[in-house]
Ligand binder design. Structure first.
Ligand SMILES: *Cc1c(COP(=O)(O)O)cnc(C)c1O
Length: 360
């Protein structure tokens, strides 16, 4: 068996330890004679799995008791509609910072439900930076302010949260979930699709402050009403059981490595290796301003389309896959989520060094 280094932006690689454990338990989960993939979501075994997953997530992220943890489906994209239907319930206004395609899509979707304002955008420079804002930019009667914390496609991240005054902040954390400690109390809600850093595709996790629940619009579909899922402990209908099980294994893996502080240290180390190389290379360069660089998604380019294509092809042959950049940026992107070992980044940089020598 030979495994590649998978730099995909999502779905992305999972820790090998997790895949091994899942394969050991595939036919017979802890002596119950069946796989989690076959199990009733009302079974004792599965109830323990989902409870353990929630408890581990609460422990790792220090989620306070007045926040609900929901295991949902529909991906991050479904929440783009669910969020306004649940929370645009006072003035009917919401303010957005547009830092890339995912924020833009969330903004466009929310506009169907109320008065949405883009208070800042970095579209002028292909989203290569996080726009600066002040409290005054936000309408103080807005029901919420919305950001995308880590911009998967463009490789930017908020190092400091925007000051929104008294306006509740909601963030899409799909591509930085569990990558470093996050103060959940700064937000009314954070949420993300699991397929970047937490589990295979099919699971969306939402962490919501309790007092925000219960005011969804009348026409909000039952399945998109967060209160319904909160009241039913994410078991209103059949949840993505197997994905939640893998999520639990990933959370155990993170805990075994020392939790989010340790994860952050490992992620900083990996990012530093890659950014250091990019800053010193004459052929490759990063596309993001240094102060807003993501630890998770690292886009880079050469000055020739032909060279980009050659690099992506030869990298793939050498076992470094999914390095092609998003179609809206071009070039390359290395997504170095939690599961990417330090060794994977070191070997990639070795390969890039060799490629640069051979092609200049
Ligand atoms: C991948 C991604 C999405 C889209 O997620 P889906 O689960 O495919 O809907 C949204 N936001 C961010 C930040 C992402 O990285």
């Amino acid at each position: 068996m030979s495994r590649v280094y998978n730099f995909s932006a999502g779905p992305s690689m999972l820790p090998e330890e997790v895949l091994k454990k899942a394969s050991e338990q595939m036919l017979d989960y802890e002596g119950c004679g069946q796989s989690v993939a076959e199990m009733s979501h009302r079974s004792k075994e599965f109830e323990t799995i989902i409870k353990d997953a929630e408890a581990l997530l609460r422990e790792l992220m220090s989620i306070p008791d007045n926040y609900k943890v929901l295991f949902l489906q529909g991906g991050a994209s479904t929440q783009f509609a669910a969020i306004p239907m649940n929370f645009m319930n006072g003035s009917g206004k919401a303010d957005f910072i547009i830092t890339g395609q995912w924020a833009k899509k969330a903004f466009a979707e929310a506009q169907k439900y109320g008065d949405c304002k883009a208070v800042a955008s970095s579209a002028d420079k292909t989203f290569s930076y996080i726009p600066k804002t002040t409290k005054e930019d936000f309408r103080q009667d807005a029901d919420y302010a919305y950001i995308c914390l880590n911009n998967t496609i463009y490789g930017t991240v908020y190092k400091e949260l925007p000051d929104t005054g008294d306006v509740t902040l909601i963030a899409d954390i799909s591509s930085c979930f569990l990558s470093e400690p996050l103060d959940v109390t700064k937000f009314g809600m954070v949420y993300g699709g699991a397929q970047k850093n937490v589990a295979p595709a099919g699971l969306t996790i939402a962490i919501i402050r309790e007092d925000l629940l219960g005011n969804a619009r009348d026409y909000c579909p039952t399945m998109l009403d967060y209160k319904i899922h909160a009241d039913n402990a994410s078991l209103y209908n059949t949840p993505p059981c197997y994905t939640i099980y893998i999520c639990k294994l990933v959370l155990e893996w993170i805990k075994s490595l020392g939790g989010l502080e340790a994860m952050a240290e490992r992620n900083r180390k990996k990012a530093e290796i890659l950014y250091n190389f990019l800053d010193n290379s004459k052929m490759f360069k990063g596309t993001v301003v240094p102060e807003d660089r993501s630890l998770m998604n690292v886009p880079f380019v050469t000055d020739s389309e032909e060279l980009n294509a050659k690099f992506i092809k030869e990298a793939k042959e050498a076992g470094f896959v999914n390095l092609k950049g998003h179609r809206s940026v071009g070039g390359m992107r290395a997504s170095i989520y939690n599961a990417m070992p330090v060794e994977g980044v070191e070997k990639l940089v070795e390969f890039m060094t060799k490629f640069e020598k051979e092609n200049s």
